[in-house]
Design a protein around this ligand. Structure first.
Ligand code: NDP
Length: 316
């Protein structure tokens, strides 16, 4: 079958399309893959220093949507998919049934992958912030790395729910405004002044996709009792902060993981992505479609932080 494969060599990693790849690996269900998508982690899985791929050769693709042999429309993401288990960049995938999420009513396979791991993670962030008490009308909610997959879907979901969204981005502010951002600030403004232990109380909540100095800046600028979800590290894995925002403003740092979420919570989140957490600009503004043979360029672009919105891959 046709598959995009990454394989370790002595010099690094070779990547490319193969026409005759044989599907192997564990899993009781074979899925005819219709769509997959491009996530930052997929980029990492195809480079030597990415430290993400656990097998070689590997079919990357940490998410997929398609149809099982008995005709069920399903999606899968996370767990070992595209990391230590062949993923979505092939015409077929063999996966354990306990990883499968039935495609929620009202979502096509294409829309499911337009959301993909990124949209799912954005939804988990919004759910976590609201569970911590955030509600529309509380004040500005910051989204960092806003033009990326997680960031843009978070902007769209939050704006549609009535939040005043401030997007921090190094890219096109008009595009982010078209998703519903009330204001767009620079990456530098979001990162603030690292020499100060606390800064002006500003954000009623925040979704951080960047980590590093940006997340530290967000923590220093949260309003009293506010929370930030940490889900990404495109700006670095170090977090340099003092305890002062935590002990003087009672702020919270909420970790969000999409990989190991138990399957029940995962299925519930997907049902909400098809209904009350559905990003309204998913089909028109956010999503771009590519073919398997355009993957290499897209994977390079995601690693450079150059992609805007979501890039989906038409597989079958
Ligand atoms: P994207 O590449 O689509 O978006 C990342 C965005 O981060 C870029 O578009 C850019 O936004 C910003 N950015 C890139 N480089 C830098 C930099 N050096 N400094 C500051 N900002 C930068 O990735 P995704 O949206 O798919 O993922 C975002 C992050 O979340 C990644 O780290 C990813 O690994 C992580 N993630 C974690 C998950 C989890 O389970 N916890 C699940 C999914 C993703 P802009 O130009 O607008 O500033």
């Amino acid at each position: 079958m046709r598959a995009f494969v990454a394989e370790k060599t002595e010099d690094g990693v070779t990547r490319g399309l193969r026409e005759d790849f044989e599907l192997d690996g564990e899993g009781d269900v074979v899925v005819d893959v219709e769509y997959s998508s491009v996530n930052y982690k997929d980029g990492l899985a195809t480079i030597a220093k990415g430290q993400v791929a656990r097998i070689s050769p590997l079919v990357p693709g940490i998410d997929l949507a398609g149809v099982t042999a008995d005709g069920r429309a399903v999606l899968a993401h996370g767990y070992d998919l595209g990391v230590s288990h062949h993923g979505g960049y092939a015409e077929q995938a063999r996966v354990p049934s306990q990883w499968l999420v039935p495609l929620p009513e009202g979502l096509s396979a294409r829309q499911a992958m337009a959301l993909g791991t990124a949209g799912y993670t954005a939804a988990r962030c919004v759910i976590a912030l609201e569970a911590a008490g955030l509600k529309p009308g509380d004040g500005p909610v910051l989204v960092t790395g806003a033009s990326g997959g997680v960031g843009s879907t978070a902007v769209d979901i939050l704006a549609a729910r009535g939040y005043e969204v401030v997007a921090s981005s190094g890219k096109d502010p008009d595009w982010l405004r078209s998703l519903g951002a009330a204001e767009v600030i620079s990456r530098e403004e979001a990162a603030g002044d690292a020499s100060r232990p606390m800064e002006k109380s500003r954000w009623a909540g925040a979704v951080d996709c960047v980590g590093g100095a940006t997340l530290a800046g967000v923590v220093r600028s949260l309003q009293y009792g506010a929370a930030v979800t940490a889900c990404g590290n495109t700006g670095g894995i170090k977090l340099d902060t003092t305890v002062l925002p935590f002990i003087l403003r009672g702020v919270s740092l909420l970790g969000v993981d999409s990989v190991q979420t138990p399957i029940e919570a995962r299925r519930e989140t997907w049902a909400r992505l098809a209904t009350d957490l559905r990003p309204p600009h998913l089909d028109d503004t956010i999503t771009r479609e590519i073919a398997l043979d355009e993957l290499e360029t897209a994977l390079d672009a995601v690693l450079k932080g150059e992609l805007q919105g979501r890039t989906i891959v038409k597989v079958g």
